[in-house]
Design a protein around this ligand. Structure first.
Ligand SMILES: Nc1ncnc2c1ncn2[C@@H]1O[C@H](COP(=O)(O)OP(=O)(O)O)[C@@H](O)[C@H]1O
Ligand SMILES: [Mg+2]
Length: 393
């Protein structure tokens, strides 16, 4: 990530401190400077060209409005201007917009709101966390370990974190028994992956959008084929083209992968920047994961491309994380706890965990994974366990 400089402009030092603290909770790598002299600020902006400024404005006669005007009027159209206000009102919002501000948030600043605002701003400007693009294949070596659960909730979580169109799409890569549409309660499927593959040669961002189904969370969904006969149209080359158009159109492309390694799935695995390799706490799963890892090595995938995730985690007398770590030669990227009831309710009701069980530990872990993946500071990190984690990240 490029180094990003931000200015917080307000005459009150404590006010600046609260905002800087929240900014660092959002992203500790940001370089943030407080400027208490309102008249000096426009000159410093011209000289140092920060990515964005955060300015405190409390009333329509606040002198900070003049500062905003000076910053936006002095060829500083590249600088994002965020207003933070103790007394937000419609009238003040209009005055700030007239002066040239881009975003408006309330003081004291809440991390969630600031994160959304920053991501919007950064994405528009194509910098920092918001500018990153990624294709993520969620894969496990056998069914039942939670690939569809992780993929759907990851996509929805990224959609929540990054508000705005074209932030995230999910493709059901299961050509025979796709489950994404069901998991996201999409009842009327007009188009599927087959349509996109069929039209791949003339597929551009607009045509792709017509094949996508919008999900209320803000993400786009490309369901899997509806019948096994459709599979015959799955030319791997064209499938590759579809994933590439998706990655040009959406910032994050999540692939819900089948549990096989064949011509079609290799396309998804190849195109992925990262493979989230899911495993649970059961011996056959671990054995199959070791086999999959061997195949990934033969396919030439670097270890860095593989993110090892233990799902359905519980304290087991039979299999421990340490033991898994002895056999699966990858650092542990994430740990998702076992919670049967919300997971089943989510799949059965077609409502993502974020919506039907927001407080469950399984949801909190997946939400944190989504935020982490989207380049935002996660609230929840995997619980530290001795041994295995000493090699992590
Ligand atoms: N963290 C979890 N805790 C408890 N049950 C889970 C968890 N993740 C997934 N499950 C359950 O495991 C089963 C398989 O999940 P699914 O996402 O369909 O896996 P896959 O796509 O790998 O076959 C489902 O019944 C699901 O509800
Ligand atoms: Mg599945």
């Amino acid at each position: 990530m490029a180094e990003v400089t931000l200015f917080v402009i307000h005459p009150n030092e404590r006010y600046c401190e609260q905002i800087i603290e929240t900014l660092h909770e959002y992203d500790s790598s940001l370089y943030v400077e407080a400027i208490e002299d309102l008249r000096e600020a426009p000159k410093r902006v011209l000289e140092e060209k920060p990515a964005a400024v955060i300015v405190g404005v409390d009333t329509a006669s606040d002198p900070a409005l003049k500062t905003i005007e000076a910053i936006s009027g002095s060829g500083g159209s590249d600088v994002g201007i965020i207003v933070v206000s103790k007394q937000p009102s419609q009238e003040l919002l209009v005055s700030c917009m007239r002066a040239g501000s881009d975003e408006f948030i309330e003081f004291p600043v809440r991390q969630e709101e600031l994160a959304k605002t920053m991501n919007n701003l950064f994405r528009r400007k194509g910098i920092a966390a918001g500018g990153e693009r990624k294709v993520i294949a969620v894969f496990s070596a056998a069914g039942g370990m939670g690939v569809t659960t992780v993929a759907c909730n990851l996509a929805v979580g990224i959609g929540h974190a990054l508000v705005g169109g074209r932030s995230c799409c999910i493709i059901d890569m299961n050509l025979q028994f796709g489950a994404v549409a069901l998991a996201l309660d999409i009842r009327q499927i007009r188009y599927t992956l087959v349509d996109a593959v069929r039209e791949q040669e003339r597929l551009d961002e607009d045509l792709l959008q017509t094949f996508m189904t919008d999900h209320p969370s803000g993400i786009s969904v490309l369901p899997g084929p509806l019948s096994i006969a459709d599979m015959e149209e799955m030319d791997p080359w064209r499938l590759r083209g579809v994933i590439q158009t998706c990655s040009e159109t959406y910032q994050y492309v999540i692939l819900d992968m089948p549990h096989v390694i064949d011509d079609s799935s290799i396309v998804g695995l190849d195109e992925a920047d990262e493979i989230f390799l899911i495993c649970d706490m059961v011996l056959p799963s671990i054995r199959n994961t070791i086999r999959a890892l061997k195949t990934f090595g033969e396919l030439g995938y670097e270890k860095e491309k593989l993110k090892f995730i233990v799902n359905r985690f519980y304290d087991s007398d039979e299999v421990s994380l340490e033991e898994i770590g002895e056999h699966v030669d990858l650092p542990l990227h994430w740990l998702v706890p076992y919670r049967s009831e919300p997971s089943i309710t989510a799949l059965n009701s077609g409502r993502p965990l974020l919506e039907c069980a927001p407080k469950s530990p399984v949801t909190r872990s997946l939400q944190a994974l989504a935020r982490h993946t989207a380049g935002m500071k996660a609230y929840l990190k995997p619980t530290k366990k001795r041994g295995l984690f000493s090699r992590a990240r």
